[in-house]
Design a protein around this ligand. Structure first.
Ligand SMILES: Cc1ncc(COP(=O)(O)OP(=O)(O)O)c(N)n1
Ligand SMILES: Cc1ncsc1CCOP(=O)(O)O
Ligand SMILES: [Mg+2]
Length: 468
C-alpha cells in the first residue's frame, strides 16, 4: 500500500492555501480539492494561491471547468456525477490527458466501473472522523474484490495512522484522509508527516513504485537502512526534487521520530524596525506562507510582551499557524502558545516543562557541544543551534559556527546517538539551506531573509523547496 491522498476540508479555512502549499512542499503527492459548497470564483481564489508547480498533483471535485486555467489534470467524479456521464465524455477526457477518479460506496459497483478511471475511492471504510453520520459501509469480514478494474483502490473514511495496517490487509492500494489532517488545523502538517512516515515505514511498500501523484515519493530505506523517511524523486517525474536523507527519523528512536514530525522545518523569527511592528512582521510571514512563528520581543518587560503575544496568537490562529514564544514561559502559558524557545541563560527546559506542561513544544539554544548535550539531556524538543554567521538581528552574538560547526556537531551527535532535531539560526539565506541540509540539520530559523525579501511569498516557496 503506497498512496496517501489528502482531501481538503469541505469549507474554506483561514490560511488554507498556505497549509496546502506546505503539505505539497513536504511531499504530498496527491491533493483532492473538494469544496462542495464553493462557487467557481471562490474556488478560483483558492487555486490562485497554490504554487503553480504543485497543480499537477491536484484533483478537482467541483468546477472542472477551472482545471485548464491552472494546468490541473486531475478530475474527480462523485458517485452521482459519475452516473450522469456518458462513456464518450469520460473517454474524451481521458484521451486528452486527464487523470480521472471517482467515489464508490458499494464494492460491487467495481464490476461495472469504467476503465477510464485511474483510481477509485471506496468507503466509508470506517466511521468517519469528521462527518458524524457517515458510517462505515463495508461489512465485517470484508475483503476487497477488484473484479477487472485495473485502477488503484483507495480506502476512504475514518482513516488515521492506527488504521493503516488494517486497510492494507483488506487489499487497498492506499488511503485518502480528511478528518485526521484537518480536525486540528494547528497540527495539519504534523499529522501529515506522522501519517506519511507511518505509511513509509510499513513493510510491503513498493519502493519507487509509480504512484497516482507526481512529485517526490515517500519511501523508506533508499540507499541505506538508517533512514526511515526520505523524500525521494525519480528525476524524470519531478526534476526539482532532491533525494534527501532525513537523519532525524531513526527507526530505533520512535519518540524522536514523532518529535521531528512535530517541529517545523522553517521557523520565522519576528522582528521590529522603525516602520514595522512585530505583528506586522508576523503578518508578512504568514501571508508568505510561514506556519511556525516565533515571537521574539527583546528588551521589554513581560507585561508589555503579553498583549503582543495575545495579538500574535490570534493572528497565527487565523492562518492555522503555530506560535512559539521566545524567552517568556509564563506568556507562552497565558496565551496557550504552541511552543516556547529558551536561551542559554533562560529558565532550564525541565523547569519550563513543569510550568507549561507536557503538550507545549520546548526548544533550547546551543552554541557549543556542551550546550547540545545539555539540551539533549534536558529533553528539549529541538535545539536552536547557532549563530551560523553574523547577523544584525541579534545583539551579543555567541561565536559564529559556520558550516563546519554544523558538520562537526551533527556528526558528533550521530556518533553519540543523539537525534534531537537541529534548527540552524543566524544570518541564514535561501542559498545556505542546501549545505545546511547536507550537514544534517532538521530546519532553519530565519528573520531578515524573509522580512527583507522583495517577494516574501516567492522566497518562502523557494525556502520550502530547498528544505524538502
Ligand atoms: C530557533 C531559535 N534558536 C535560537 C534562538 C536564540 O535564542 P536565545 O539564545 O534565547 O537568544 P534570543 O533570541 O532570546 O536573543 C532563537 N530565538 N530561536
Ligand atoms: C535570534 C537569533 N539567535 C541567533 S541569530 C538570531 C537572529 C536570527 O535572525 P536572522 O535570520 O535575521 O539572522
Ligand atoms: Mg532568548
Amino acid at each position: 500500500m503506497e498512496e496517501l491522498i489528502v482531501i481538503t476540508h469541505p469549507e474554506m479555512l483561514p490560511g488554507e492555501a498556505g497549509m496546502i502549499n506546505q503539505l505539497l512542499a513536504h511531499g504530498l503527492t496527491r491533493l483532492h480539492v473538494r469544496k462542495p459548497e464553493s462557487t467557481a470564483p471562490e474556488l478560483r481564489a483558492l487555486l490562485k494561491q497554490i504554487d503553480p508547480q504543485f497543480c499537477e498533483r491536484i484533483a478537482l471535485h467541483q468546477h472542472h471547468a477551472l482545471a485548464g486555467e491552472f494546468g490541473i489534470t486531475g478530475l474527480h467524479f462523485t458517485e452521482t456525477n459519475r452516473l450522469s456521464q456518458s462513456l464518450e465524455t469520460l473517454e474524451a477526457l481521458k484521451s486528452s490527458g486527464n487523470m480521472l477518479s471517482t467515489s464508490l460506496h458499494d464494492p460491487a459497483d467495481l464490476e461495472q466501473l469504467s476503465h477510464c478511471f485511474d483510481y477509485a475511492f471506496l468507503g466509508p471504510v470506517f466511521d468517519s472522523i469528521s462527518k458524524k453520520n457517515y458510517k462505515a459501509v463495508l461489512a465485517n469480514g470484508f475483503r476487497l474484490e477488484r473484479f477487472n478494474f485495473p485502477g488503484k483502490l483507495i480506502a476512504l473514511g475514518g482513516i488515521d495512522g492506527t488504521k493503516l495496517d488494517l486497510v492494507a490487509s483488506l487489499g487497498f492500494d492506499g488511503v485518502a484522509v480528511l478528518g485526521a489532517i484537518w480536525m486540528n488545523t494547528a497540527n495539519t502538517l504534523a499529522e501529515f508527516r506522522v501519517l506519511a512516515s507511518a505509511l513509509a515505514a510499513r513493510p510491503g511498500l513498493k519502493p519507487g513504485g509509480r504512484g497516482i501523484g507526481t512529485g517526490p515519493r515517500l519511501k523508506p530505506g533508499v540507499g541505506g537502512e538508517d533512514s526511515l523517511l526520505r523524500y525521494a524523486a525519480a528525476e524524470a517525474e519531478y526534476p526539482q526534487a532532491k533525494v534527501l536523507d532525513c537523519p532525524q527519523f531513526q527507526p530505533a528512536d520512535q519518540e524522536q521520530k514523532y518529535k521531528s514530525g512535530l517541529v517545523d522545518k522553517l521557523h520565522f523569527i519576528s522582528n521590529e524596525t522603525s516602520n514595522m511592528s512585530h505583528i506586522d512582521s508576523i503578518r508578512l510571514a504568514l501571508e508568505a506562507g510561514c506556519q511556525w512563528i516565533q515571537l521574539r520581543v527583546k528588551n521589554r518587560p513581560e507585561d508589555e510582551v503579553l498583549p503582543i503575544a495575545r495579538e500574535a496568537k490570534q493572528l497565527c490562529d487565523s492562518y492555522g499557524a503555530r506560535l512559539i514564544i521566545n524567552d517568556f514561559p509564563r506568556v507562552a502559558l497565558a496565551v496557550e502558545a504552541h511552543g516556547l524557545h529558551l536561551g542559554l541563560t533562560d529558565m532550564p527546559v525541565p523547569e519550563a516543562r513543569a510550568l507549561a506542561g507536557e503538550k507545549i513544544v520546548i526548544g533550547g539554544t546551543a552554541n557549543t557541544w556542551e550546550d547540545i548535550v545539555r539540551r539533549v539531556h534536558e529533553g528539549a524538543d529541538y535545539i536552536g543551534l547557532g549563530p551560523f554567521r553574523f547577523t544584525n538581528t541579534k545583539q551579543n552574538l555567541s561565536p559564529i559556527l559556520g558550516i563546519g560547526g554544523y558538520q562537526t556537531f551533527i556528526h558528533r551527535m550521530r556518533q553519540a546517538g543523539h537525534s534531537t532535531p537541529i534548527i540552524a539560526i543566524g544570518g541564514i539565506t535561501l542559498h545556505d539551506i542546501g549545505n545546511l541540509r547536507e550537514a544534517g540539520i532538521h530546519g532553519v530559523a530565519m528573520s531578515a531573509a524573509l522580512i527583507g525579501a522583495t517577494d516574501p511569498q516567492n522566497t518562502y516557496h523557494q525556502i520550502q523547496q530547498a528544505l524538502c
